[in-house]
Design a protein around this ligand. Structure first.
Ligand SMILES: [Zn+2]
Length: 265
């Protein structure tokens, strides 16, 4: 590695993951979130230091991990942590934090880079920008010195979206809840949900707020209808009916989400 720099000079880059080396430090170190926090810290630590580990014990109340080179190279690296029942924190009980295997090289691909880990890294990105694309995720994980494939990145985005906005399929369930809320807060509105009664499959959903109905009475009696494709997991089309308020202004009357843009819809 020392010689390499002579032949291959590159700009030193500080990775966002550099703090992960402090994930596992000493006996008595505590993890407030229990086993889950410990797992996350351990995975990040292994990625940053550059080694692979295996679980000897992996339970909700105790976790023991050893270096994956334990048998092959008799590496003694080992950590054991367990739950303190009085406060539900996880504590490191024993730690042998030295690799005698010589196999610690940080790579951009570590088997501990699970999709949950990456999803937890990008969840804030997705929250700030719902239109996050897999390619953004690949750029983002690169800042952590991690390489993931496009397919993986796509899955990460879906996972992070689910964490932030709830599950796509579950959100269809909430349409009825939404209808009730609209009818109680905006009496006189028109809402209609249509679905296949045998399969339960969503067909269309129409929303016309009472304010729009009232306002339309003062518009020219003309409707302009247009639609656009939805890019979510289940696609569909968003339709809208607008009117002209007689003052060159566009007045929104109704909107609908339909499965496909057909004469019926
Ligand atoms: Zn080792």
């Amino acid at each position: 590695m020392d010689l390499l720099l002579v032949f291959y000079q590159h700009e030193e880059r500080t990775l966002l993951s550099c703090g992960w080396v402090n994930g596992i430090t000493h006996v008595g170190q505590r993890f407030i979130g229990g086993a889950k926090d410990f797992w996350t810290a351990l995975c990040k630590y292994a990625i940053e230091i550059g080694f692979e580990f295996v679980y000897v014990k992996n339970e909700k109340c105790r976790v023991t991990s050893v270096c994956s080179m334990r048998e092959f190279k008799a590496c003694l690296w080992r950590v054991h942590a367990s739950l303190e029942s009085t406060n539900n924190f996880f504590y490191i009980r024993t730690l042998h934090n030295e690799h005698t295997c010589g196999a610690t090289v940080r790579t951009s691909k570590n088997s501990r880079m699970s999709s949950n880990l990456v999803a937890s890294l990008i969840v804030n990105e997705v929250r700030g920008n719902p239109q996050t694309h897999p390619i953004d995720v690949m750029r983002f994980t690169d800042q952590y010195g991690l390489t993931i494939t496009y397919n993986h990145a796509w899955l990460e985005v879906e996972k992070a979206r689910t964490t932030t906005f709830g599950d796509f399929s579950m959100s269809y369930n909430e349409i009825r809840w939404y209808m009730d809320i609209v009818m109680s807060t905006n009496p006189g509105s028109y809402l209609s949900l249509d679905y296949n009664h045998q399969s339960g499959r969503f067909k269309r959903f129409v929303v016309v707020f009472n304010a729009s109905i009232q306002g339309f009475r003062h518009c020219r009696p003309l409707l302009f209808i247009d639609g656009t494709f939805l890019k979510g997991k289940y696609k569909g089309t968003f339709l809208t009916a607008t009117a002209n308020d007689g003052n060159q202004g566009v007045f929104s009357l109704a909107m609908a989400i339909v499965d496909t843009e057909t004469t019926n819809s």
